[in-house]
Each structure stands twice: as structure tokens, then as C-alpha cells.
Design a protein around this ligand. Structure first.
Ligand code: C2O
Ligand code: CU
Length: 516
């Protein structure tokens, strides 16, 4: 029995059907707009006091030349103090090691699979040719497991004549001809991405370029990537991931499915629960990544600094903004990145500042805490002009395509169709500029591989406060239509676009485009 037969039966029940039937984009007044969509899990052991664990920073990987080696392995990590938790980690750690590359510097990452299951690694936000992009059926099996189509299908993969299977190891080859920015890498196995990322298969990949390095922005210890994620723990310390599928390992004591999205009650920053960070009274650059399966965050400083607008956004998914944007709050949907400067000299030395999640309640309303421990010299500033960005003009677009992201009797679908590797929904011509229009029933975090796009409009009006700059992932609000514009450059081949609520993705909300 394929996972589809099981998972899409009686899917979601009434709510999804009603919304879909009512017509998306029409603006449904009676439809509540919850901050998230998902199933909230509750941990079954005592949780630590917030702000007691120091913020870890993932180690930077050391290359040999331009080559990196990463081993995917099972490991035990103390996430909650005193509690061992089994994870799946790149090099056995969570987050995985951070890779730091220069723009245009070819980077080859050899991944070894020492896990008990196949994996496939995607560099999220990377401008990557198809064979190294981590297509969801391009599995790397553990050594000793036959890398055959029959094996892949027995493990839940849909038939895919184009799948490139490997055993034990694969070299992912990244040209990285793209701007300085914050990318991340994660497992992307068809149908199992949610479970694998939840277990820990995620890490940062940063790109620098000369233009960015010449800016007087915070650097070194004051340039800190922060991976946000939520998890729930069973009484024995193991991670709770409810079965959304019969072929997933079922966690004892957990029943039910989580087809709407898995939400934990513990907020992790760089793998630590509600951590604390000691900072100088100086500017810091934080690269916030929402690596959660389904949770959205509304980050805000409490208290705000005098004068407010304590979060100065300097970059988005695809690189620096033209000009900084001051925010009181930054909302991140799954997979989005926000490059943000916080100036702690606006606070008193000795003060403690909590980073709140305004979209959370109870334990999920806190993220982490900064403690301003010492005065410091600071020769950085945020230039009024950060970079030049060519605005993609709708008049250059050759095609406009429409995609509906809806729940249906077939599960989570795009244009009514659940993911099938053999179906191509869009055929952009290499070099063309296209407008893609998305309509959604619930919150969906829509992500395109290969390209960075620009947001043109939301419901026919101006883009939202978090849409600036180059984006590869965009938060669509319930019953909203959003248009984006992208140029499909450099690489021909088959790529995917999908919802980055990982449970939606795993349950079918993914499709192919083929650049020809
Ligand atoms: Cu972050 Cu297709 O993925
Ligand atoms: Cu979704």
C-alpha cells in the first residue's frame, strides 16, 4: 500500500473543504486567521526554566580545499538539561556544522549516510544545478542498502524514472553563483522531510561576497546565525513526532496524525531550549532562520529599545536589502531567513532583553534572552544603502502562471494535484522572467527551488512588511492571493516548488517545474 492511499483518505475533514469550496482569495470574513496551522504537541517531562541554557553557535566546518565531508549519523544530544535525546544530525550535531563559502566559489560537499534510512540533501536558497539540488527522489541509501528503484518504492517513494539513486555517499556540487546570504541545508526525502528535519537534519550554509564584506556591518563573534525550531519531548526524552504515515516510525504513547503541521511546545534556538546569550553593548548581526516544521514566529524585543524599532532588517532569504528596514516585529514562516541587526547599546549595561514570539502562547511565547553584560567599542554602522537590486519588471514577464495551494480530497495539493515526480506543472524557458500567482486556503510557506524571486503584490495590493528583497520562500496568509516574479537562469532541468510547512510538503503539496 502506498503512503498516498493511506494518508489522503478522509483527509482534514470539514474545515479544508469548506474553505476551498468558498473560493480562495475572495476574503472570507468568518474565517478565523490563526497564527499557525498545526497540531500542538505537549512534552511529557519537566521543561527547563527559560533563559538558563547558554546559546550555542554551531561550529564552522573546515574544508579541504573547496571540499567538505559531512556524515549523517544518529547521535545522542542533551537538548533539555540532563536529558539525553536521540537525534539524526549532520556530523551527529544539531544544528549541523555551518559551511561558509564565498560567492562564486565552487563548493563540494560529500555527504555520507550512516543513518538507518535514505536521505537527500537540499541546499535551501541555493542557485544549484538539478543533479545537486536534492530532488526528493534522488536518494542516498545507507551503505549496504541496495540503491534500486524497487527499494525506493518499498520505502514510500513514488515511481520516478528520472531518480538518481546512490549508495552510501554523494558529492553535492554547488557553483554558488549568487549573492552573499544565509542559506541552509536539510534533508528533502520525499514524504519524510518533516520527520527527518524534526530529528535534526538541518544546518546553515552562509555565503559572503566582496560587496557585503566591504560594508561596516557587525562581523566575527557579532555575526550570529540563529536557527529557530520547536520540538516536543516524550517522557523518556525522545523527540515526539506523530505518525503522519504508516511507514513512519510510530512514537510510543503518541497517537493521531498531524497532517496540518507539527508544533512543539519547546522553542529551540540553535538547538537549545529558550537559551540566553551574553552580549556587549554593541551592534550584532543575527541571521534568523525559521527551521520549524510548521510554526510561524513573530519576533519582537521586550522591552523594545527607547524609540522602538529594535530589529533592523538588512537582508532577506536571497541577500542584502537595498536599504535597511526597521521593524518592531518580524514574522517568519517556515524556511524564511531574516538578516537583522540589533544595537544593544540602545539598552543599559546590565539589562536583560527577551526575544518574544508574539505569535506564540505559554511556553512558545518566549524564544531567548539577551543579557547586556559589558560596554564595548563598536566601529560598525548600518549604511543607508546596502546594495543595488534590479527590480524585476512585470512587463518583462513572458508568462503568468496560477497555482492554488489548497487542501482537498487528495490531501495537500497544488492545483488539485498531489506531488508526482512525473508531472511537470510549468516549463519556463531558460532565461525567461515569469509571474507566478499563488492562492492559498491556510497559511502556506511557498518555496521555489533554483530561483530567488521578488514579491509583486498581495491581494492586488502592495507587498507586505516582510516581503522585501530577494525571496525564495513567501508566507501566504489564509485566503490570500500573492504574485511573485522570477527569472529562471543558468540551469536547465527539473526542480520543485512546494509548501515548506513540512507536513504539507510531505503530504503532497509539492510540484515540478522544468526549465528548458
Ligand atoms: Cu527548504 Cu524544497 O526546501
Ligand atoms: Cu502549507
Amino acid at each position: 500500500m502506498s503512503r498516498f492511499t493511506f494518508s489522503r483518505r478522509g483527509f482534514l475533514g470539514v474545515a479544508g473543504g469548506v474553505v476551498a469550496a468558498a473560493g480562495v482569495g475572495a476574503g472570507i470574513p468568518w474565517l478565523a486567521r490563526p497564527a499557525e496551522i498545526g497540531t500542538q504537541l505537549t512534552s511529557r517531562l519537566p521543561l527547563p526554566q527559560p533563559f538558563t541554557v547558554p546559546l550555542p553557535v554551531p561550529p564552522v566546518a573546515t574544508p579541504t580545499g573547496d571540499h567538505y565531508e559531512i556524515t549523517q549519523q544518529v547521535a545522542t544530544k542533551e537538548i533539555l538539561p540532563g536529558v539525553p535525546t536521540e537525534i539524526w544530525g549532520f556530523n551527529g550535531i544539531y544544528p549541523g556544522p555551518t559551511i561558509v563559502s564565498q560567492s562564486g566559489q565552487r563548493t563540494i560537499v560529500r555527504h555520507r549516510n550512516h543513518l538507518p534510512a535514505p536521505t537527500v540533501v537540499h541546499l535551501h536558497g541555493g542557485h544549484t544545478p538539478p543533479l545537486s539540488d536534492g530532488y526528493p527522489t534522488d536518494l542516498v541509501f545507507p551503505a549496504g542498502m541496495a540503491a534500486t528503484p524497487a527499494m525506493a518504492q518499498s520505502m514510500g517513494m513514488a515511481p520516478d524514472p528520472r531518480a538518481v539513486l546512490a549508495e552510501g555517499t554523494r558529492d553535492y556540487d554547488y557553483p554558488l553563483r549568487q549573492r552573499a546570504t544565509t542559506l541552509w541545508y536539510h534533508d528533502h526525502r520525499m514524504g519524510f522531510t518533516g520527520a527527518s528535519v524534526y530529528r535534526g537534519l538541518a544546518g546553515f550554509h552562509l555565503i559572503h561576497d566582496q560587496e557585503e564584506l566591504a560594508l561596516p556591518l557587525p562581523r566575527g563573534d557579532r555575526d550570529v546565525p540563529i536557527m529557530l525550531a520547536d520540538r516536543a519531548f516524550a517522557a523518556d526524552g525522545s523527540l515526539v513526532y506523530p505518525a503522519v504515515d504508516p511507514t513512519l516510525l510510530h512514537t510510543p504513547g503518541v497517537t493521531g496524525s498531524a497532517v496540518q503541521g507539527v508544533l512543539g511546545d519547546v522553542i529551540l534556538a540553535n538547538g537549545a531550549p529558550w537559551p540566553a546569550m551574553e552580549v556587549d553593548a554593541a551592534r550584532y548581526r543575527f541571521r534568523f532562520l525559521n527551521a520549524s516544521n510548521a510554526r510561524r514566529y513573530g519576533l519582537a524585543l521586550d522591552p523594545p529599545p527607547p524609540g522602538g524599532a529594535g530589529l533592523i532588517q538588512i537582508g532577506s532569504d536571497g541577500g542584502l536589502l537595498r536599504a535597511p528596514i526597521p521593524h518592531d516585529q518580524i514574522q517568519l514562516s517556515p524556511a524564511e531567513r531574516f538578516d537583522v541587526v540589533i544595537d544593544f547599546s540602545r539598552y543599559r549595561v546590565g539589562q536583560q532583553v527577551v526575544l518574544r514570539n508574539l505569535l506564540g502562547t505559554g511556553t512558545t511565547a518566549n524564544v531567548m534572552r539577551f543579557h547586556i553584560v559589558r560596554p564595548a567599542t563598536d566601529d560598525t554602522h548600518i549604511p543607508a544603502r546596502l546594495t543595488e537590486i534590479d527590480t524585476l519588471n512585470p512587463s518583462q514577464a513572458t508568462t503568468t502562471r496560477d497555482f492554488s495551494f489548497l487542501s482537498s480530497a487528495n490531501g495537500w495539493t497544488i492545483n488539485g494535484q498531489a506531488f508526482d515526480p512525473r508531472l511537470i506543472n510549468a516549463n519556463p524557458t531558460l532565461g525567461d522572467t515569469e509571474i507566478w500567482r499563488f492562492v492559498s486556503d491556510f497559511h502556506h510557506s511557498i518555496h521555489l527551488h533554483l530561483v530567488q524571486f521578488q514579491v509583486l503584490s498581495r491581494d492586488g495590493r502592495a507587498p507586505g512588511p516582510y516581503d522585501a528583497g530577494w525571496k525564495d520562500t513567501v508566507d501566504t496568509l489564509p485566503a490570500q492571493a500573492i504574485t511573485v516574479i522570477a527569472r529562471f537562469t543558468d540551469y536547465r532541468g527539473r526542480f520543485i516548488y512546494h509548501c515548506h510547512n513540512l507536513e504539507h510538503e510531505d503530504m503532497g503539496m509539492m510540484a515540478n517545474f522544468e526549465v528548458g
